[in-house]
Design a binder for this molecule. Structure first.
Ligand SMILES: [Zn+2]
Length: 334
């Protein structure tokens, strides 16, 4: 799982607050009902006594007494419902109110294999993952399910007996498999580099991967190259510096880092040294990085230096993307 301890603490807090709110709501309902229906107090006490009796019968294993007690509790509860309705209140007015009826706002349920996370908890984890990833929820529309192979040309040959369409079908299938295996991909496939001219579908592929990986609850940070270096650049004051430190920590720690359009930033010694540091750290800690770029290998070497180029060469599984501008083909309805 890809959330930090502090994010898990935040989620725990949400559940604590929900439980407190549920409790307050119920107390408020009790107060309102008691004020409106004086007879209710006696009935409540009766139900409480009966519940305690029921518990005792259960403990002592007296089945007959237990069955009788349960009947009495049911009758008293039915009387309570009638009483509430007669006074214009909903009949479940004194039942606990939960935002999630499945886990009663605890965040977990007792499953066949013991305690497990409730669907509401998983949904909250997803929200945190998307928030930290930089992948907007709109981008969730760009995924392997909406991957349209028909934008690739079956007439353009990109290899011996391989059209671009066939090639991209293989790439797509391979990437789906890559995401399914994440984060246990073999070392030589741990990092991916997509190279292609503008409009060959690099960003779309990155979005597909980001979504597939996040849908399996792994942490992803997705940044354009420009945003990456901007977020790490010189800061004016202490609080901005703290933000930068946090950002760098997240960039180094996330399970998958995606850098889109490497080479479009203003390149200088700062960007070169930061890039090397990030790539190197992530390789050392065996965390996956995916990069897309328009630059060819020698251009990457010229921009970022020999040692970075050699990392990109040696530790990244490289994909070339071909074809005419997909964006134009999409626009032209082809
Ligand atoms: Zn729940």
């Amino acid at each position: 799982m890809g959330l930090t301890r502090s994010e898990y603490n935040q989620i725990s807090k949400v559940y604590e607050e929900r439980q407190m709110r549920d409790h307050r709501t119920l107390e408020l309902h009790k107060k309102t009902a008691m004020e409106r229906i004086p007879a209710l107090r006696d009935l409540e006490n009766e139900i409480l006594d009966l519940s305690m009796e029921t518990y005792r019968s259960m403990q002592s294993g007296n089945h007959q007494a237990l069955a009788e007690m349960r009947k009495k509790v049911e009758a008293a509860t039915a009387r309570r419902k009638t009483l509430l309705k007669e006074h214009g209140l909903p009949e479940d007015y004194l039942e606990p109110v939960y935002e999630c009826p499945d886990c009663h706002d605890k965040g977990y349920i007792e499953g066949p294999n013991g305690r497990e996370k409730c669907h509401c908890y998983r949904e909250m984890e997803m929200q945190f993952l998307y928030r930290q990833s930089g992948v907007s929820t709109i981008v969730r529309a760009e995924n392997f399910d909406t991957f349209d192979l028909s934008v690739y040309d079956d007439g353009t040959m990109v290899g011996p007996n391989t059209s671009n369409l066939q090639y991209m079908r293989n790439v797509r299938d391979h990437l789906i498999d890559w995401c399914r295996r994440f984060p246990d991909n073999p070392e030589k496939e741990r990092n991916l580099l997509f190279r292609g001219d503008p409009g060959t579908g690099k960003t779309f592929l990155l979005n597909c991967i980001a979504k597939a990986v996040m849908d399996r609850y792994h942490s992803v940070i997705y940044l354009t190259s420009i945003d990456l270096f901007e977020s790490l650049s010189y800061k004016k004051n202490k609080s901005e510096e703290d933000e930068t430190d946090e950002m760098l920590e997240a960039i180094l720690d996330c399970e998958l880092l995606i850098i889109d359009d490497l080479g479009t930033e203003m390149n200088n010694t700062f960007t070169s040294s930061k890039l090397f540091y990030i790539l190197n750290q992530r390789i050392v800690y065996q965390r996956s990085t995916i990069i897309s770029t328009n630059l060819k290998h020698d251009q990457l070497r010229d921009s970022y230096g020999e040692r970075t180029a050699s990392r990109l060469n040696g530790s990244f599984d490289r994909y070339a993307l071909f074809g005419t501008d997909i964006r134009n083909r999409r626009k032209n309805g082809r």
